[in-house]
Every structure is written in C-alpha cells, then in structure tokens.
Design a protein around this ligand. Sequence first.
Ligand code: PXP
Length: 250
Amino acid sequence: MEKINARLGVNIDHVATLRQARGESYPSVVEAANICLNHGADQITIHLREDRRHIQDTDVEAIRLVTKKFGKPLNFEIGVNPEIIDIAIATAPDWICVVPEKREEKTTEGGLDLKNETTFKKVQEACALLKSKIPGLKISLFVEGDEEILKLSKQIECDAVEIHTGDFARAHLNGEDTNPFLEQFKKSLNLCSELGLAHHAGHGLTAESVKPLVAENLFVEYNIGHWIICQAVFEGLAKVIQNLKVEIQG
Ligand code: PXP
C-alpha cells in the first residue's frame, strides 16, 4: 500500500513541564518550537490547561509568533472554559483541538463524552463561537473512535476528529494484541470519510506504535509529544555530557 503523506504535529507541553518543575526560564518552548519546525514537524501542538501546569499564557503568544514565522499551523488544544476560549480567540490559531479537561488528571485521559447532552451542547456552542470569531479556523474534536460519537461530532461545526489513541498505544507498549484497535480505527476512518471529517490521531504514540497506523494509512495527522521529548533526552544526553566535560576539564 502506498503511504499517504501524513502530518506530524509535535506537542511541546512536556518541554514546559520540565521548565515549570524548576521555575526557571529554561528549557525554552520557543527554542523547542523552532527546532521542531526546522526539522520537519508540520505543526506545533500546545495545550493551555486551566491550571497552567505547563504551558503559560505568554508561551501561547510566543509560540504563535514562531509558527507564523515558519508559515506552519499552530494546533491549540483547549477545554471548554470561557477564559481559555477568550485566549484562543485572541491567539487566532490555525487549528483548535477541543479536549475534555479534568483538574485531577495526569494528562487528557480520554475523548469528549459527546453522548452527554450537557457536554455536547457546551462543545457545540464553543465551536460555533470560535468559528464565528476566528476567520479560517479549523476545529478538531478529541474523541474515541465510537460510531455514535463520530456521528454526534458531525452535528458540531468541526473539520476533523482526533481519535484518542492512548489505549491502543498502551496495549502496544505492553505487547498485547492491538488488532481490535486497528479494526476500530479502520471503521472510524471509513465513517469519517463518509461524514467528511478528517481523521487525526493523538495520545501516547511512539515511533514503534505509530508504524502499524502509518502502514495502513489510518490517519492524516499524528500529534505526538511525551515520547518525543523522552526520546530526545537519550538521543541528546551523550553529546551534552561530552561538551560539559570539555568545559570542566578543558
Ligand atoms: N493529542 C491530544 C488531544 C492530547 O491531549 C495530547 C496530550 O497532551 C496529545 C495529543 C499528545 O499526547 P502524548 O504527549 O501522549 O504524545
């Protein structure tokens, strides 16, 4: 099967997590965005959480300037929260990915529960508002690849769904059978093609777990963060030690 040219969105929240852990000005998310976009990333993804645990308001502005400089999209993940929606409108990103957000979660733990009427209405209203305020904006909804949820997504003003791949990725890491997930992704792809929604993927993916998805052309966009930053530690550690040793010993 000929591979489609899928896009890679790099989520750089985890760079901000490292910075916030020490309250210093490094590592710089601006530098991270520059490096990613200089080396083939197709977009930068960031999530401004209500509790500001990683990305800060000033990061959003600065990263927006970097994506504009490269002419590449900023994909801004947001929960349906009035304060964050106002910031999104002021930022005018290319894409907004609407995600569920709970304060107590370690990371986004699943897709939007659109079967819940209150959630559906809130997301629907937020998307209509965002589309009316940001010309040319595209919206994706972070959801599970469930038939009813995909059909509900279509009733909302959106352009794509980002399918939650976290459970698949964990099964892959644990060496479990991932065929049921792959079958489900094939079904969600077919349904999305019928509905006219682009089919994106995100959460928990690694260079290994992305392979079967890419081999089957299951998604046009992959948003990956945690594994990239973790892997960058090991691909960069030897060089950093060598350089520091030269500084110390000459
Ligand atoms: N997509 C969405 C909607 C997310 O919430 C996240 C995590 O912030 C990602 C993609 C990236 O996930 P990970 O960091 O596990 O690669």
